[in-house]
Design a protein around this ligand. Structure first.
Ligand code: HEC
Length: 218
């Protein structure tokens, strides 16, 4: 665990967060936040003062817009994920994904292995596992909630994607644009995904799991 956290810190400082900050500022895609969507959802509190209940209220406000946006990608899992198991007890801030609030999901195929969290042994996530993570940001400037990207990881058949431990990463913008996907032309845009997740590859089959304070018991 210590090794993993240290690795996150290192990659966060280099590849990882740099990559995501790029997204936030729009250097990868013209618009990853859509103010029109956020009009009705806002808070007067500073982000650091938001309680779990506040975060949930903001999520409840934005969640239909998130679903509608991701659906535009045309990917089945970008719609299906909402019916999957939520392994976090409350939406929480992810320091490694652009400091956005995130909500995790795991499909039925991966659920049992995933809920073992740090007890997971090498490469035990079954083929067909899909982990999804939706996100939203609270603007420091005006307290408005803005839709964030959908992050997906799918375990594919052994040997299919040797460079990423057979994980297919997909990044979908809030408007449903597929920004990058492993194994396609656009994979160079999301190399930083595995750049960070590979630090957990050996011990946890690339899974990082929700923040320890927000894990649903397995
Ligand atoms: C700097 C490190 C870092 C980078 C870069 C990163 N992640 Fe993550 N990822 C994490 C951590 C830590 C978690 C678990 C806690 C959280 O959500 O913050 C996580 C969780 C996830 C999960 C839920 C499954 C799991 O591991 O528990 C998915 C899906 C995911 N990330 C996809 C992506 C995609 C797609 C990208 C690239 C667009 C990406 N990540 C980039 C560190 C990173």
């Amino acid at each position: 665990m210590t090794k993993k956290l240290a690795a996150i810190a290192v990659f966060g400082a280099t590849l990882g967060v740099a990559g995501l900050t790029g997204i936030e500022t729009g250097s990868y895609a013209p618009s990853l936040t859509s103010p029109a969507h956020a009009a009705a959802c806002e808070t007067k509190k500073a982000k650091d003062d938001l309680t779990d209940a506040d975060a949930t209220a903001l999520y409840d406000c934005i969640k239909d817009k998130l679903a509608e946006g991701y659906k535009g990608s045309g990917l089945e899992e970008a719609t299906a994920f909402r019916s999957w198991f939520v392994p976090n007890t409350n939406t929480f801030v992810s320091p490694t994904h652009g400091k956005r609030f995130v909500q995790h999901y795991i499909n039925d195929i991966g659920k049992e292995a995933y809920l073992k969290y740090d007890d997971v042994d090498k490469n035990v996530m079954p083929v067909g596992t899909i982990a999804a993570k939706e996100s939203f940001a609270v603007s420091k400037k005006d307290g408005k909630v803005r839709p964030g990207p959908l992050f997906l990881m799918e375990k594919v058949a052994a040997g299919t994607l040797p460079d990423t431990g057979d994980w297919k990463y997909t990044l979908i913008s809030p408007k449903g644009k597929i920004i990058g996907q492993t194994g396609t032309e656009s994979e160079k845009k999301i190399k930083f995904c595995h750049g960070c997740h590979q630090n957990a590859l050996e011990d946890y089959d690339a899974m990082f799991f929700p923040d320890v304070d927000y894990r649903v018991e397995g």
